[in-house]
Ligand binder design. Structure first.
Ligand SMILES: *Cc1c(COP(=O)(O)O)cnc(C)c1O
Length: 475
């Protein structure tokens, strides 16, 4: 298996070459040269597999530069009942006939990002040890991503994590979850500023190429191919859970922000998994819903991004969307590059009325819908009343948007992306009470916190990173 860039400017690369990278050198995103195919017989043979071994069957089709035994052992060490709370890792429950929840939030930080990030931790450790390298991951977070990264990298050899977050602006639960970590390779910085200040500091450090190279600064953002690959597995797991035989079709609804999660569903469908529809659910930040309804992709300006009660979907653009468009335009890299030049120059593009856009639903099964704060509250109430289940705000967006796309005979699987305890204030608004803390988290807000308060001075941040990494900077 080789990987190419969506913009055509990268020589075919192996998995190990793109693992630690962000954007391809030409500004595009890495994609497998072709989608490996899975037959109906393969699927039937996989029905009895445990999660880690199912993951091996899928991941090994994309990774041929890690020894199979090593890869299998790695997957078995990551996808354990101890880490994910159940032997199923991603269990499926039924709300009513034809409507299912795929539970992705049973990992260490109670959000679906754990599933990919935990594997990334193992892959990074393996690659760095093999090459005798170290990596200093620098990131900015307003909540879920930073937390998932820290829990995945804690205690791993060769990796340090430096995570900036806006002081006093994360939920008490998210703050305690991150700042209570005491591992020597995890560094939390509470920045006296807002999230954008944190992100600007990360950009400023990365823009200093000499420093970046000297300190081996890396990221773990959502465009990382390995994260997407890890997420393909649970679409197969869910299909196996709700079907009984070959060829049965299943639809999925995915609460979407950066298009990473639903892009993994697209990968599964391209590999031959019998998926009827992939329903993209957005909140008030409806960049993706607008595209899938009209063909117009329009990046929002910072001021036009709504702060919502499903904050992990508050995006101005969808960073993984280019991967789907590459497939949509028949893998024409020149065309994809031209479309993203339009994004840079004019803030977007319009495929409405084109032959390509006609394929979105017909050939790729994509449809969409958007949800509002009022919809979230109503859905949380309805699901609690009808099924006795408390869902978080992002999952509620999915359940709302899924409703009109349900078809007789085609199970609809909605992806549960976070635990409601992370968004307790909105649950209280909907139900009048806060959800109980999940098992193991009852004492969270009483744990001692370890973090450093810093200002927005970039040189001071660089000095702290260098000290922690044991590197002396030139004066
Ligand atoms: C990250 C996140 C999303 C959005 O996922 P994408 O892969 O960015 O589309 C949805 N829900 C929750 C809870 C998240 O943390």
């Amino acid at each position: 298996m080789r990987y190419v860039s969506t913009r055509g400017g990268m020589p075919p690369a192996r998995f190990g070459d793109i693992l630690l990278e962000g954007l391809a050198p030409d500004g595009g995103l890495a994609m497998p040269q072709q989608w490996p195919q899975v037959s109906a017989a393969d699927l039937e043979a996989w029905r009895g597999l445990r999660y880690a071994d199912l993951a091996f069957e899928i991941v090994s089709r994309f990774v041929d530069d890690i020894a199979p035994d090593t890869l299998r052992a790695m997957l078995r060490s990551v996808y354990t009942e101890a880490v994910f709370g159940s032997a199923d890792i991603t269990p499926v429950s039924m709300l009513e006939s034809g409507l299912h929840l795929l539970h992705l939030s049973n990992g260490p930080t109670l959000a679906f990002k754990d599933i990919a990030m935990q594997l990334l931790g193992a892959l990074f450790e393996h690659a760095l040890a093999r090459d005798g390298r170290e990596l200093n991951i620098l990131g900015a977070t307003s909540g879920d991503t930073g937390s998932a990264a820290e829990y995945a990298m804690r205690g791993r050899r060769g990796v340090r994590v430096f995570m900036l977050s806006p002081a006093g602006r994360m939920s008490p639960f998210q703050t305690a979850q991150m700042f209570s970590l005491t591992d020597a390779n995890i560094f939390n910085f509470a920045v006296d500023g807002v999230f954008d200040d944190c992100q600007d500091m990360v950009k400023a450090v990365s823009a200093d190429l000499a420093f970046k190279r000297r300190l081996a600064i890396g990221t773990v953002n959502s465009i990382n191919w390995a994260r997407l690959l890890a997420q393909v597995v649970y679409y197969f797991k869910a299909w196996l859970a709700v079907t009984t035989g070959p060829g049965q079709r299943v639809s999925f609804t995915v609460p979407s922000g950066n298009f990473g999660n639903v892009c993994a569903g697209h990968a599964a469908r391209q590999m031959g998994l019998p998926i009827a529809r992939l329903v993209v659910a957005t909140n008030e930040n409806d960049v993706l819903d607008e595209f899938f309804r009209t063909g117009r992709y329009r990046v929002r300006h910072g001021a036009d991004v709504h702060q919502t009660s499903s904050p992990s979907m508050d995006i101005s653009k969808a960073s993984n969307f280019e991967r789907f468009v590459f497939d949509l335009v028949g893998r024409d890299a020149a065309r994809t590059a031209a479309l993203w030049r339009e994004v840079d120059a004019a803030g977007g593009f319009d495929l409405g009325g084109t032959a390509d856009f006609a394929r979105v639903d017909r050939d790729f099964g994509f449809v969409s819908g958007a949800s509002t704060h009022a919809d979230r509250l109503a859905t949380i109430r309805r699901v609690y009343r009808d099924f006795g289940v408390i869902v978080d705000t992002h999952t509620a967006d999915g359940l709302k948007v899924a409703q009109p796309w349900r078809e007789p005979g085609v199970p609809m699987v909605c992806l549960e992306t976070a635990k409601p305890a992370k968004f307790a204030a909105t649950i209280r608004e909907a139900l009048g009470f806060e959800p109980p803390a999940p098992p193991g988290w009852e004492d969270l807000t009483a744990r001692p916190l370890r973090f450093a308060s810093i200002g927005t001075d970039v040189d001071a941040l660089k000095a702290r990173i260098a000290t922690a990494a044991g590197v002396t900077l030139p004066a």
